[in-house]
Design a binder for this molecule. Sequence first.
Ligand code: CP3
Length: 341
Amino acid sequence: MLHENLVLRALKGQKTERTPIWFMRQAGRYLPEYRALRQKHSFDALLADPELATEITLQPVRRFGLDAAIVFADIMTILAGLGVPYHFRNGGPSLEFRANDKAFAEHFNTQRMQDHESCYLPLVETLRAVRAALSPQHAVIGFAAAPFTLLSYLVENTTAKSHNAVRALLYAEPEKFHSYMQKITDCTIFYLKLQCRAGADAVQLFESWGEIVPEKIYAEHVLPYVRQIAAAISPQVPFIFYDKGASLHLPVLEPFAQETGTVLSLDWRVSLSKLPISVQGNLDPAYLESSPAAVRRECLRILNERNGFAHVFNLGHGISPEAKLECVEAMVETVKSFRAP
Ligand code: CP3
């Protein structure tokens, strides 16, 4: 019964008998079994093959006994059905896209996505296979980039150092910025609904570049689009919003979460203790490069602070390729054996 799923119960605001755990970027390069597959196949080839993508999705769940699987894909995967060519080079995405009105009108429309829905078949089949492979006690998580983070990539075309171009666009041509954000938002809703139909029990939006704008600008120009996505998705499945800039934006994020039922996934610079909403997070990923003893201490501090209330344990940002397996094991073991008083 889905009701017994600890992740979904915590996401829905309940106190659970133990705190469930999964972590961002859990399927990836810190894992020897992922690296072994990666030696034989390119990243793009792994994404295109549902059997391999399913295997990679399940690898961390099996190894560590995690409570959720996040589907092996990328925040760029949405571009497949939009006809925006992209590939991965030197550790980051590289896009072939000219951010202008014509390109946005042509590529970012949901009709085009519908016409090219077969481009998402590998993702859909992976989600179906993962859902079928796991017990109902495991949650399957789908995801997408938040519109602002994707727009940043679309104007920079790569993993930029400064992220100034997207802010420059907002300051110089706010109408253009908003028209692009709206188009991305519509496509993101289509893309997330597709993942829900394929078997995602919850979805997460990654605002990986949230920290580049201050609270006021975030509230006025960025958050309204996340709100539209929350409104479209949360009636179907729990909606998790990860903002790497949550520590800057908390005064606006907290009321937003309360109004929309969104679960906040918080970076490691925020305290979870007093928040009267469902939360996810928020161990500093650098702990996983430290020592098992340090990891245990910090996990216990977070667990005691939150006391089992509507909490899905996670990292404050994605795990790094340098993470040590013994530290990951210490984290999972500490979280799974903790019982709130
Ligand atoms: O969480 C998971 O395990 C699911 C898979 C997943 C990947 N990317 C696979 C991946 C998820 C959720 C993502 C999200 C993602 N992708 C984000 C948001 C999360 C964050 O860290 O803030 C971003 C910004 C990207 C864009 C991206 N993709 C970058 C910058 C890179 C290269 C550097 C890096 O972080 O790994 C990728 C490539 C990528 N995406 C890899 C994996 C496993 C590595 C590919 C390889 O094997 O070379």
